[in-house]
Design a protein around this ligand. Structure first.
Ligand SMILES: *[C@@H]1O[C@H](CO)[C@@H](O)[C@H](O)[C@H]1NC(C)=O
Ligand SMILES: *[C@@H]1O[C@H](CO)[C@@H](O)[C@H](O)[C@H]1NC(C)=O
Ligand SMILES: *[C@@H]1O[C@H](CO)[C@@H](O)[C@H](O)[C@H]1NC(C)=O
Ligand SMILES: *[C@@H]1O[C@H](CO)[C@@H](O)[C@H](O)[C@H]1NC(C)=O
Length: 767
């Protein structure tokens, strides 16, 4: 008691002493007890040099500072709060805040800053809040925020950003909320938000994103709230949103005309979805979100007929609130969606609908006759529906044998699937220069003549899935240079259609599943044909061989080669694919995973799938430290390498392997006890424990305390080199730090990306 009393007395006297001695700059006013200094609106052109060293808070709002030079605050190292709003600051020099290691809150809003330099915020190692809103920032240099490991909130709203480069926010290891609203963003690099493992809220509203940035967003595992309101998106395709923890998604005030029922299939925890003020006439029940509590459709032209009934029923069943009113038909206008009886959501019979259509067709011909003045009405080919407001046209499954012509010139989405075109001649789509997305699935197409898509200069998505193509003419895609997503799955292609793809410099995602491709050659196939390809899907072909270096492509991130006939790891084919993150090889015949077998991609690889390949052995050295998913289900593995070294693992599937449960597997048992992962592994041997869970068997009790992990046996005649020496003590098994690894190793060597030219707006944003 006495001791603490003495301490209090000492402290108080120290404070009063300092209060008396506290220097206050001449033009400022000071609170000596609180150690705060206020110099608002004094037209100061520099930070007052006579600040007391022990000042805690400094308010310099409304001055005329212009430049904050290096060490501008070095005479006040204890500052915790600094207000610099509206101080006409144009430049923050590198190292301006270098000495301010105690700073908690820094406000630079309403200034004229245009570039954030690499070391602008160096030294602010305790900073929690940084306001940079209402400036003119158009460039963030790499590493600008790298020293702000404690920052919780970063406000960059109301600036002039058009592009976020890879790794822009690297170093923000504790960021919770990142605010980028009210900029001019039209492009986010895939790794723009890499490293933000703690981010749970992201605001991107009031920007110019035309597509949902799926790739970029999928990396944000912890985000629960995402605001994309007021962006000019027109369509949300399948699996656009893949964010495991997302609960609140704001997509209001956009230009959505369509939203796939699978768009949110990767957002299982979504509870609030705001789609208000879009152009949605119909919406199907959403696959994926199981806990949706509220769906806001206010301000959409919701048409209350039978097409809306499934949604209404679905929402009713799960007690999800549907907000909004019917826009038609007349007898239901303005009725709240929630209040409409599903029974009343009806369509007239198909016969009537057809009759109606014929009449319309007649009326159209009449209108066009010279005797009557034609009324301005939207043109639309027969047996098609054109929604000019939504810029959609569909002729799905209407028995067309030739591609209909005469769609409204502004059409952006053209859906022709399930017709019988058989052959697409040159110039099949005149007058469709605005179409972004063309659906031709299930149209029995066996040939595409060179120039068939001529004039489709904006075409971005092309769906040719499930047709009868056996080959592609080298000129098949002439005239559609913007094509970025190409679906050719479910055809009968015998070869990789390299020559045809050469005309598509921007191709980023290519689907070739379920074809009959048997080999991939020559060397350099991808890099010479589609240098920007990021995702290549070749599942379920008959591939037996892949030429050396065939798949070397600096951008390739996802490669699916599962369900083929490979007999070994395609190591040499990937010798320079050093950004590969996901590799699927399940359902091939690969019995060994040698120490060097994924070596070329081991730094970047995050997901590896080798289910049902007859795998008998995995070398520990084969698995890179950044691996997050490892799936080796249904193989012949008797032993496993020490997984405790893979500290980033988030998902492991070891089921259906005949593991040998003796002391050599003790490392696995210990690892399983210590990690927060759900790991199921079953013993296959010895016979007395066959079928029991590794977690439950008692055989490990009798093992020596520091039983060493198994030797990885080297099979002399396999040509595999000896595995690297490994830690042999079980104490090296770490509790899993749930934190995914930083990707620095991977991206660190890349040159930092610069902002691309401002105009024309890049359309390469990935959705
Ligand atoms: C502020 O200072 C600048 C020069 O430093 C001067 O031109 C301007 O008139 C001053 N404004 C006020 C309101 O004192
Ligand atoms: C639904 O959207 C409207 C219009 O954007 C908004 O005013 C309203 O607050 C929203 N309702 C809910 C419950 O989110
Ligand atoms: C591969 O595709 C064929 C034909 O589409 C299908 O019958 C078969 O089930 C598929 N195999 C796998 C493993 O997906
Ligand atoms: C499991 O993790 C704890 C810390 O969480 C650690 O003390 C212990 O040594 C670990 N056990 C093994 C077997 O690694």
């Amino acid at each position: 008691m006495r001791v603490s009393l003495t301490a209090v007395v000492l402290l108080t006297s120290a404070l009063s002493l300092s209060a008396e001695a506290f220097k206050c700059p001449r033009v400022c006013s000071c609170d000596r007890a609180k150690l705060t200094v206020t110099c608002m609106g004094k037209n100061l052109t520099e930070v007052p040099p006579s600040l007391d060293e022990i000042s805690l808070k400094l308010d310099l709002r409304n001055n005329n500072l212009q430049v904050l030079s290096r060490g501008a605050f070095s005479h006040a190292p204890y500052l915790t709060h600094l207000h610099l709003q509206r101080s006409n600051i144009i430049t923050v020099k590198e190292g301006a805040f270098r000495t301010l290691g105690r700073m908690v809150s820094l406000n630079l809003a309403y200034n004229k800053i245009d570039i954030l330099y690499q070391e602008s915020f160096d030294g602010l190692s305790s900073l929690k809040e940084l306001n940079l809103d209402h400036n003119r920032i158009e460039e963030i240099q790499p590493g600008a925020f790298s020293q702000l490991g404690f920052l919780n909130t970063l406000d960059l709203t109301h600036n002039q950003l058009v592009y976020i480069p890879n790794m822009a926010f690297q170093g923000l290891n504790n960021i919770k909320w990142l605010r980028l609203s009210h900029n001019a963003l039209n492009n986010l690099a895939p790794e723009a938000f890499a490293g933000l493992f703690t981010l749970n809220r992201l605001s991107l509203d009031h920007n110019e994103l035309q597509f949902f940035p799926t790739q970029t967003m999928t990396r944000l595992r912890e985000v629960t709230r995402l605001d994309l309101s007021y962006n000019p998106m027109t369509y949300l395709g399948e699996e656009s949103v893949s964010m495991a923890k997302l609960t609140h998604l704001y997509l209001d005030h956009m230009s959505l005309q369509d939203l796939s029922d699978q768009a949110l299939s990767g957002a299982p925890h979504l509870t609030h979805l705001d789609l208000s003020h879009n152009q949605l006439r119909y919406l199907e029940p959403l696959k994926g979100p199981k806990e949706l509590g509220s769906l806001n459709l206010t301000g959409n032209p919701s048409y209350c007929n039978c097409y809306l009934r499934p949604l209404r029923v679905w929402a009713g069943l799960r007690g999800a609130k549907l907000l909004g009113v019917c826009a038609g038909p007349p007898h239901l206008s303005d009725e709240p969606l929630q209040a409409v009886d599903p029974q009343d959501l009806r369509c007239r019979s198909r016969g009537e609908t057809l009759q109606d259509e014929l009449e319309r067709e007649e009326a159209r011909t009449r209108d066009a006759s010279p005797t009557e003045k034609p009324k301005p009405r939207a043109k639309c080919p027969g047996l098609c529906d054109c929604d000019t407001e939504a810029q959609h046209a569909t002729c799905e499954g209407r028995g067309h044998t030739k591609v209909p012509r005469g769609f409204p010139v502004k059409t952006q989405l053209l859906d022709l699937r399930r017709n019988h075109f058989h052959f697409l001649p040159v110039n099949s789509f005149p007058g469709t220069g605005q179409v972004l997305s063309l659906h031709l699935e299930l149209c029995r197409i066996h040939e595409i003549e060179a120039g068939a898509f001529r004039g489709m200069k904006k075409l971005y998505y092309l769906y040719l899935s499930d047709n009868d193509l056996t080959s592609l003419d080298p000129g098949a895609f002439t005239g559609a240079p913007e094509l970025t997503y190409l679906h050719l799955e479910g055809n009968r292609l015998l070869q990789f259609p390299g020559p045809a793809l050469k005309l598509l410099p921007g191709l980023s995602v290519l689907h070739l599943e379920r074809n009959a491709i048997s080999k991939l050659d020559p060397a350099g196939l991808l890099s010479s044909v589609t240098p920007l390809l990021r995702e290549l899907y070749l599942t379920n072909n008959t591939i037996t061989s892949i030429a050396k270096a065939a798949l070397d492509s600096a951008h390739l991130g996802i490669l699916h080669l599962d369900s083929n006939q490979l007999t070994e790891m395609p190591t040499s084919a990937l010798s320079k694919a050093d950004n590969l993150e996901e590799l699927k090889l399940s359902h091939n015949s690969i019995r060994w995973l040698g120490p060097d077998s994924v070596q070329p991609v081991s730094q970047s690889l995050r997901k590896l799938y080798l289910d049902q390949t007859g795998l008998e052995k995995i070398s520990g050295a084969a698995l890179g430290p950044g691996l997050r998913t490892l799936s080796v289900r249904g193989n012949q593995l008797k032993e496993l390498p020490d997984l405790s070294l893979l500290t980033g693992l988030e998902e492991v599937d070891l089921q259906e392997n005949p593991l040998l449960c003796d002391c050599s597997l003790l490392h696995l048992r210990r690892w399983m006890e210590n990690v927060s992962l759900e790991v199921v592994a079953t013993c296959g041997n010895p016979p007395e424990v066959k079928g029991q869970k590794v977690k439950e068997v008692s055989v490990f009790k009798s093992c020596p305390e520091n039983g060493s992990p198994p030797e990885v046996k080297v099979v002399v005649d396999s040509g595999l080199s000896k595995p690297k020496p490994r830690l042999s003590k079980v104490s090296a098994v770490k509790a899993r730090p749930a934190k995914p690894r930083n990707k620095q190793t991977k991206t660190g060597k890349k040159k930092p990306q610069r902002r691309p030219p401002k105009t024309p707006k890049s359309k390469k944003t990935l959705i």
